[in-house]
Design a protein around this ligand. Sequence first.
Ligand SMILES: [Zn+2]
Length: 179
Amino acid sequence: MLPWTVRRTRLPLLSLRCLDCRSESATTGEGKFRVNANGKLLDVWLLVRCVSCDRTSKLTVYERARVRSIDPAELDGYHTNDPELVASTLLDPLMARRNRFTLDWTDAWRLHAPPARLDGPWPVQVEVVFDDPVPVRPDWLIAHGLGLSRNEVLRRIKCDIPLRRTTIAGFTFTVMAVD
Ligand SMILES: [Zn+2]
């Protein structure tokens, strides 16, 4: 089974409307949190900035959360702007839902695929693993990864999920030999 991996090359942009200039693209930039403690309660925001006018917006991570309910190592990560925590916070689907943005993965990921020989008499099996939740259409990814046309993909690929439906979960497929 050939291993393919979908992995981000950087953090995706956010499709989020700017209140000042109406642009619909924002970035986490270097990645910065703001923490505000009020007695035993805590607010945590992830700061993002409009790519057109630089206006900063705050995305809610925690709102009036009890300090003791947050893992100390995690809290430390918010204070030090830990890049891993910035990434996992941004990619958390709950964050997107709560703060009404979607992720824009354009040019922010790539497919790592070892070269495959497709001219043999045997079917080739491929397992696709997602290191990051990049939404892709399997037919597009397979065509791109194997250098096949979409028509050839539909003719030669047997897949365990629908080929035209966008996914962020791993799947496997088989390339049938040319007949
Ligand atoms: Zn703006």
